[in-house]
Design a binder for this molecule. Sequence first.
Ligand code: SF4
Length: 394
Amino acid sequence: MSDDDWRQRLSRIEIPISVSSNQFVKSCLDKLIKTGRLSKNDGINLMLEPSLVSVTSLANMVKLARHSDNVFYNRNLHINTTNICTLACRFCAFRKGPKHDDAYEMMPNEYIERISPVASEIDEVHSVGGLHPDWKVEHYAKIYSTIKNEFPHIHIKSLTAIEIIHISKRSGISIAKTLEILNESGLDSIPGGGAEILVDSVRDRICRGKESSNEYLEVHATAHKLGIPTNCTMLFGTVESTEERIQHLIRLRNQQDTTSGFQCFVPYPYLPDFSRLPEAQLATSSEVVRMIAVSRLMLDNIPHIKAYRMNLGDHLSAICLNAGADDIDGTVGHEEIMHDAGSTTRLDTSEAELVRLIMSSNSTPIRRNSTYDHFIEVESDFNGLRINLPVNSW
Ligand code: SF4
């Protein structure tokens, strides 16, 4: 859908009273219809606007204008390459030192063993991990080519920006060359992990030694130039300010203006269990919903906003589907990074249950492929799982 299309649709949507009665939020609607773009100050004021329902209602209008009542998901499996990491980000509960009892390294054959039982039920493998001290580009190329040889139908979405930088340094080759080799061996797209907050003073406090904000954006820009689509993320609720969250969104928006390769934005709050950030402010549920809404309103050039249920949980994710999010995690099956940090989201959610969750938010479930160019509308295929309470006469 072109820029003009969604703005025209937005102008035709009935305006809820929560928007029409709020002078500032209504002015944002007018601006979006007219230009499609809100300013940094608009973003900050949306974060501070007392009426959460006005902000989420406007975001829902934009979501409906862009995607109607469709909500997208895919059938995927998460596999982490290794939890051994040479860095020690303060918000991370996943990484282990190489000698830790729980440290592990996944070999290509172990990927096949993990994928085989569910190969016919998934379309994507999502794989990220720590910065292994020894592995070079050949190790990752072997993993991807092994998966592709065995399961050519599976899309491989893998590696965060910092992993790509680490692999390129270990291998003594450029970022572009690293991506070319990995792409040829089967890497199809890149998830957005590692963005945290794209403000270097914040990064210095929560993940010193990780890539700079410019480096994160450069890795994604390089991927986009090579035709490799990527996602982008935001970890909020650590030590950043409201303004820094908006600055993060604007940096992503500026990048997208130039390279256009971001498919989906995935904001998620910091989970504090077993990590080392006692000064983190944490984010309430209302703040999470608002962050989803403001992301939808500010990122006019990024098509999809995801409710990352591995972090948010199913209940809060379902609410986000009426506050600007149009995408939700897939079947996932296995996840460590958020669960090590305290997530209690179920990992055995079936596709039928996912469909039910989407329908319960008054949305139409659409199974998508990883590059958002193949869609199947899923019928009420939830195996008798009830969506609504029965209505009795009394
Ligand atoms: S967030 Fe990533 S880079 Fe940082 S310590 Fe954890 S695994 Fe390592």
